[in-house]
Design a protein around this ligand. Structure first.
Ligand code: ATP
Ligand code: MG
Length: 154
């Protein structure tokens, strides 16, 4: 189904805003160019929600999460950037595995099952896209999702 990705992101941000507020994390939607694409709305929403939720959850008070949407002729790109706790280098290869959680860096109690990123990656692969992570411990994390504009199911 052809979806307005801007509207989809706005909806996700609206849903997560109270969670960000509670965590004292600033949630910002930036460089927002118009994109419409063939996507599975439910699966993509869940995939992007998981990323933004993590960026809020693995953050510090007065931290921020910046979400941006860009596109070229073939793909659109959603970038979720945070200045939170970061992911240790040896964990970065495992975070997309089911039930994997980085626990040594969790000085405070952060709940979760370790399924979010596995679900996100499955949804991205299902759209024939790709996901990349860049992270520095103690500085922050950036996830970039690339999805083809003309994904056709089947
Ligand atoms: P769930 O999402 O199922 O509630 P979860 O958040 O622990 O649980 P994932 O979303 O799959 O599971 O993330 C896996 C692990 O990767 C997390 O436990 C956390 O250690 C690490 N992680 C994910 N996103 C970030 C981030 N933005 N900053 C720092 N660490 C992160
Ligand atoms: Mg998660």
């Amino acid at each position: 189904e052809t979806m307005n990705i801007n509207e989809l992101l706005e909806l996700i941000m609206k849903r997560l805003r109270p969670i960000a507020k509670k965590a004292d994390v600033e949630l910002v939607l930036e460089s927002f160019r118009p994109v419409s694409a063939e996507v599975d709305e439910v699966k993509l929403s869940l995939a992007l929600s998981n990323l933004i939720e993590n960026a809020i959850k693995y953050n510090n008070p007065e931290g921020w999460v910046h979400v941006s949407l860009n596109a070229d002729y073939q793909n659109f790109y959603v970038k979720v950037e945070d200045n939170g706790i970061g992911i240790p280098p040896d964990s970065q290869a495992h975070i997309f595995e089911r039930f994997y959680r980085v626990d040594k860096s969790h000085s405070r109690e952060i709940g979760g099952t370790g399924l979010g990123l596995a679900i996100t990656r499955n949804a991205v692969i299902m759209h024939r896209g790709a996901i990349k992570v860049h992270s520095i411990e103690g500085e922050g994390t950036t996830f970039i999702v690339r999805i083809p504009l003309n994904y056709i199911e089947g």
